[in-house]
Design a protein around this ligand. Structure first.
Ligand code: DC
Length: 224
């Protein structure tokens, strides 16, 4: 039985479309969103800013525990400074992936993430939402797409934001980041045993959103 509080988890590798699907499903249902990747990006960014290197897990976990973050009107502030776009670069994604491999960092962010589960419901986007953070979620989705397709999507996204992008470099970075996320010991990127796996390579965002909504209505019939 799923928990009384409705939770949909949407996990998968970078560029699989999780972020967009999460936003649209949450908007349709009127539920909250947890963008857990942003939390790891914020920790990576804070570590980079402090120039302490990416080796000392104790120090980095402490930074994660004490992170001074504010989410306001679609913007993200770290130590009072707006970092919304700064944490979206590929460099910030790579730094996020490094700190995300540290069990101490993952532990520091766990309760914070669980705190997002509030009425009327939550759509949580990440890598371990269905396996570790919300193991009793009623609907678990694992969204994939080929690495080439994901690199293309990321390239388009970055260009649209006016950020620098190189397709070949992006493909390599995506493959490296995936390999690190899948092979780490702490909460690796794997589908939960009860996840619905959707390959979005040849699907539109609308198709994926509709599949998720159908499952949400089936499991949580009170959902509009
Ligand atoms: O989804 P994203 O690209 O913003 O995530 C950035 C990095 O954070 C990604 O390489 C893996 C890590 N991450 C994670 O380990 N667990 C999560 N729940 C979310 C992100």
């Amino acid at each position: 039985m799923p928990d009384a509080l409705p939770v949909i988890t949407i996990d998968g590798p970078s560029g699989s479309g999780k972020g967009t699907v999460t936003q649209r499903v949450a908007a349709q249902l009127g539920w909250r969103v947890l963008d857990s990747g942003a939390l790891y990006r914020l920790v990576g960014f804070a570590v980079d800013q402090r120039a302490i290197g990416f080796e000392d897990e104790n120090k980095i976990s402490k930074i994660a525990e004490e992170l001074d973050v504010e989410f306001k009107d679609g913007k993200i502030f770290l130590d009072g400074r707006e970092v919304t776009d700064l944490i979206r670069t590929e460099g910030a994604g790579n730094n996020a992936s490094k700190v995300a491999a540290m069990p101490g960092v993952r532990a520091a962010l766990l309760d914070w993430q669980r705190g997002y589960a509030q009425p009327p419901g939550l759509v949580a986007d990440g890598r371990d939402m269905g396996t570790t953070v919300f193991p009793t979620a009623g609907v678990k989705i694992f969204l994939t797409a080929s690495a080439a397709e994901r690199a293309q999507r990321r390239y388009k996204q970055l260009k649209e934001k006016g950020l620098p992008a190189n397709l070949a470099a992006l493909t390599t970075e995506i493959e490296e980041r995936d390999a690190r996320d899948r092979s780490r010991a702490a909460s690796p990127l794997v589908p939960a045993a009860d996840a619905i796996v959707i390959d979005s390579t040849a699907l539109s965002i609308e198709d994926v959103v509709e599949t998720v909504l159908q499952n949400a209505r089936r499991v949580y019939p009170a959902t509009s």
